[in-house]
Design a protein around this ligand. Structure first.
Ligand SMILES: Cc1cc2nc3c(=O)[nH]c(=O)nc-3n(C[C@H](O)[C@H](O)[C@H](O)COP(=O)(O)OP(=O)(O)OC[C@H]3O[C@@H](n4cnc5c(N)ncnc54)[C@H](O)[C@@H]3O)c2cc1C
Length: 328
């Protein structure tokens, strides 16, 4: 039957990963530009024993979920997933194939694109149709430029999409689940084990509030005041690169061009100067508060509210005020 937009769904521990809902949200947002509707959006879901995951996706965004189940796909491994996805793409002939810009997406999207002999746009934040061409936008040169890519006439147009590029699909659909069983052949990559990062559970991309500390905090143990404010606000702790380079916090906390890109509702930057490599990772935040003792610090250029002062006075006072206001 075929489709126009095929989303590569991700799952973990029997649950749908949030990136899948965002890819479906993006697919529904751009489909009308191609003259397509909800019926033209499908998802491919490799794995094993994930019927409930497939049903969830069919109920929330995909007209059809192509479920590829096999023991070899129980855990993610690049060549099994590559072959499963390629087989579904060849059968469905989509115009656009979307992966999350996630560790799985970084790994398998290039294999799929190479296998299909088509180009790949990575880390896209926007997809739009102009003058009959699909254009894929992505940041370049640490966010100083937006690069707009025209992938040409080959199909499908393959892209990995940044987390947070689109809101999750919020509607419901009465999609179908269809099991497909492509021959996977002899696989060379084998899943061995998953090692969780030390910060376990920190996902700054999903945090509604981030309180971030920079070199101005001064030492690992002084981060307690940043952690207290984050806890009082129900948020997560972010950091600039020197903080993670010096081992004050694990790398998962780093915001910026070599860390994560975040867009919380509230971002409070404490003792962070505002280097471009940090700014590119947080300038999309809804409301930015900067606390810095240097009135000339570039961070004030992107802040909605700037506080010139010593973070060791301001942050504890803010935490106290938040706790009082919340009756904590
Ligand atoms: C290829 C590359 C990639 C990079 N990737 C990243 C990245 O992903 N993320 C990132 O953050 N950086 C990144 N960097 C580093 C970046 O260029 C900056 O060096 C870094 O962001 C600076 O961190 P900072 O603001 O914490 O430190 P600093 O620039 O040293 O600033 C510290 C600030 O704290 C203030 N301060 C000091 N004491 C106090 C106090 N008591 N109260 C209030 N304010 C105080 C100071 O006035 C100063 O503005 C990258 C660099 C390169 C070259």
């Amino acid at each position: 039957m075929g489709c126009k937009i095929l989303v590569v769904a991700e799952h973990e521990g029997g649950a749908v990963r949030d990136i899948t809902w965002e890819l479906l949200g993006l697919a529904h947002a751009v489909a009308p530009q191609g003259g397509w509707g909800a019926a033209d959006i499908k998802a491919v879901l490799p794995g094993q024993g994930i019927g409930a995951v497939a049903a969830a996706i069919a109920g929330r965004g995909a007209a059809e979920v192509l479920l590829v189940e096999a023991p070899e796909l129980q855990d993610y491994a690049c060549d099994g997933y590559d072959r499963a996805i390629e087989a579904v793409v060849k059968a469905e002939q989509p115009e656009i194939l979307l992966f999350g810009h996630t560790p799985n997406g970084w790994d398998v999207a290039p294999l799929v694109a190479a296998g299909l002999g088509v180009p790949l746009a990575t880390e896209c934040s926007q997809i739009a149709r102009e003058d009959g061409r699909w254009l894929f936008s992505r940041k370049a040169f640490n966010g100083k430029f937006i690069q707009v890519l025209d992938l040409g006439k080959a199909r499908p147009l393959v892209a990995t999409v940044q987390k947070g590029a689109a809101g999750p699909f919020a509607g419901t659909t009465a999609g179908q689940v269809r099991a497909v069983t492509p021959a996977l052949g002899v696989l060379k990559a084998r899943f061995v084990e998953t090692k969780k990062g030390e910060a376990g559970g920190v996902d700054l991309t999903q945090a509604p509030v981030i309180v971030a500390g920079g070199r101005g905090v001064g030492a690992a143990d002084k981060f307690e005041i940043i952690k207290s404010l984050a806890a009082a606000l129900g948020g997560q702790v972010g950091a600039s690169r020197p903080v993670t380079d010096m081992g004050w916090l694990p790398h998962q906390h780093q915001v910026g061009s070599s860390g994560v890109t975040v867009n919380p509702k509230l971002y409070i930057a404490c003792g962070i100067s505002g280097a471009i490599q940090h700014i590119v990772g947080m300038k999309g935040s809804g409301y930015i508060v900067a606390i810095n003792k240097d009135a000339e610090a570039p961070i004030f250029g992107v802040a909605d509210v700037g506080v010139v002062g010593d973070l060791f006075e301001i942050v504890p006072a803010l935490t106290k005020a938040v706790k009082e206001a919340r009756g904590q």
